[in-house]
Design a protein around this ligand. Structure first.
Ligand SMILES: Cc1ncc(COP(=O)(O)O)c(C=O)c1O
Length: 305
């Protein structure tokens, strides 16, 4: 795999070398997790680098900070330009992962974070291929419950939220699974540590809603729209744990995971234990779209060059 020298980062409005972007050890986010982040992908199709659903990611980026009154001191256009220009500056000509983030800077031990608290914003990127085996992974239900809106809002994509994801991931790896599935506070299926989840029963897609602590995933939204156009209905509803053992197909969605089939849950095979037909169709269409080869969805693509 070729790798670009991801030498430059964008930091507080400037393009600087990676090792020149420095913050104080008194940075509030290091002590209290007061950071907001996004994850996007750039897809290289041998002609251009296509950023997938750039505006939708920026919208969620800003909304997350609003929940905690953490200010993003750049306009949506400035963030979009920072991302596309950084790709150019690094001369990216292969698929990559893009990570914009902002966080509370030097603010002592003050927990009264307000819109006027100091913040920094940055964008980094690196070459990225498949996160998981696209031919199917194993999953185990975690004993850790997903964070909930009653205490730590999961819809805001905050750095601190991922402590919950880390616990579930550590447990699933200890138990020999590829990925964890978390239940919500009531015991219904919620999501994976960094992905949304779908199950398919009798050709109908089912996925937990945000009331089950599932992030408003951009890939999830894409899959619901693609599935509809392929003639499959999706129902967002509570999914009791047991239903996952009845599923014909199960898959995860996420920017990093794209569409990853789950072929076993808690050691029990899903359907016939192979990647399901509907999951395969969705994977094929998603890949065409991200590569910029499906005109119907070209509004989701921002070409860099
Ligand atoms: C907890 C969690 N759920 C779901 C997702 C999937 O979201 P998206 O499809 O927008 O990447 C992510 C990734 O951002 C995540 O971190």
């Amino acid at each position: 795999m070729k790798t670009f020298a991801h030498k430059f980062v964008w930091f507080d409005g400037k393009f600087v070398k990676d090792d020149e972007a420095k913050v104080s050890i008194m940075t509030h986010a290091i002590h209290y997790g007061t950071s907001v982040f996004e994850g996007l992908r750039g897809y290289w199709n041998s002609k251009n680098l296509n950023i997938f659903r750039l505006q939708d990611h920026i919208k969620r980026f800003r909304n997350s900070g609003r929940v905690y009154s953490i200010s993003l001191r750049f306009t949506d256009k400035q963030i979009a330009d920072a991302i596309t220009e950084l790709c150019k500056k690094n001369n990216v000509r292969e698929s990559c992962y893009i990570r914009p983030f902002y966080f509370v800077g030097r603010y002592g031990i003050n927990l009264h974070v307000t819109e006027s608290s100091p913040t920094h914003a940055a964008v980094v990127m690196f070459p990225f291929g498949d996160l998981f085996n696209k031919n199917g992974i194993s999953a185990g239900i975690s004993s850790w419950r997903r964070i909930h809106d009653i205490s730590t809002p999961p819809l805001a994509k905050m750095g601190g939220n991922y402590l919950n994801s880390i616990l579930a991931t550590q447990e699933c790896k200890r138990n020999g699974y590829d990925e964890a599935i978390l239940l919500d506070h009531l015991g219904n299926i919620s999501e994976a540590p960094g992905e949304n989840i779908f199950i398919i029963r009798d050709k109908k897609l089912l996925t937990p809603s945000s009331s089950s602590s599932a992030l408003e995933g951009i890939t999830k939204d894409s899959v619901i729209k693609i599935a509809k156009n392929l003639g499959y209905e999706t129902v967002e509803r509570d999914i009791p744990r047991t239903e996952i053992y009845f599923a014909d197909e199960v898959f995860l969605t996420g920017t990093a995971a794209e569409i990853t089939p789950i072929v076993s849950v808690d050691g029990k095979g899903v359907g016939d234990g192979k990647v399901g037909k509907i999951t395969q169709k969705l994977q094929r269409t998603y890949s065409e779209i991200t590569m910029g080869r499906n005109k119907r969805y070209s509004r989701w693509i921002t070409p860099v060059y």
